[in-house]
Design a protein around this ligand. Sequence first.
Ligand code: COA
Length: 321
Amino acid sequence: MYSRIIGTGSYLPSRIVDNHELERMVDTSDEWIRTRTGIVQRHIAAEGEFTSDLAEAAARRAIDAAGIDPNEIDLIVVATTTPDLVFPSTATLVQHRLGIRGCPAFDIQAVCAGFMYALDIVDKYIRTGAAHNVLVIGAETFSRIIDWTDRNTCVLFGDGAGAMVIRADEEHGILSSHIHADGAYKELLWVPVGVSNGGAELEAGRAFTRMKGNEVFRWAVNAMSDIALDALKHNNMSVDEVDWVVPHQANVRIIHAIGKRLGVSPDKLVITVCDHGNTSAASVPLAFDVAVRDGRFKPGDVILLEGFGGGFTWGSVLLRY
Ligand code: COA
């Protein structure tokens, strides 16, 4: 059995913040942001708009595209680092809104690699026959853990959600998935405040992302290049057999560096970071949905997905669409 994507959807909050708006908030420039990151704009959730709202909207679009009844879904997995609540999980909030009862629903947290982790788990459920129609969502309101006075981070991130409905299928689907983590690097990319150690910082609303950008950059390029090669080797495939690469959307320079290392021509790289910024766990399913809807992906295409995030965590999924 393969895990086949039968419907995709995405959602972006309506408010767009362009680089010029950021120029008025921190010491930066449109030119710096464009040349160092490729980012032109990002979407930011409205006050009172939460991760579950974004996730629900993306899920409804994916379910519509799949043409199934929500009650056929027998597993819901949400990848997020910015859940609405400590508990219950965002997955159960979305489940309830969709009018689904009884099926398992849980969140997973692997920051920007979260969607790779979610697909890896879902694939194992499907291959073992434990699930047949799965709703998998990456959704974030990352703007809520950004210090909007810190130019090192605030220009990079945005909010959004992407979703897939995945069905057990005898022919096409996920060929392999590979996920990894190394907790030795937590201080290169983290929010050094949480629930258990939150204290005054949490109460003061200072749970913000901190990052050593250039070290993360190097790590991201190396990890995502290596894992792509692992995926190809595992499937006995050459890079020429890959039709599309959908990498984590953090920085256009990271994406092009990976493409160059792999020897993938730039027109096979799906790039949405310019319009969305880095939406963490939502970035890959969002980019995937964009390419589905603009007609780039054709049935049978071989597509490589990749993620990299805090932890560090990283992963890839190779699939036949
Ligand atoms: N506007 C203007 N200048 C900025 C700036 C901004 N928004 N952010 C940083 N700078 C400055 C720095 O302070 C530094 O100034 P200095 O030389 O006077 O100290 C200078 O620009 C260069 O900084 P550096 O960090 O070396 O730039 P860079 O080319 O590495 O680009 C990033 C910075 C953050 C864009 C890049 O490192 C990156 O994308 N890293 C990975 C981030 C990422 O992907 N994170 C999430 C992974 S899931």
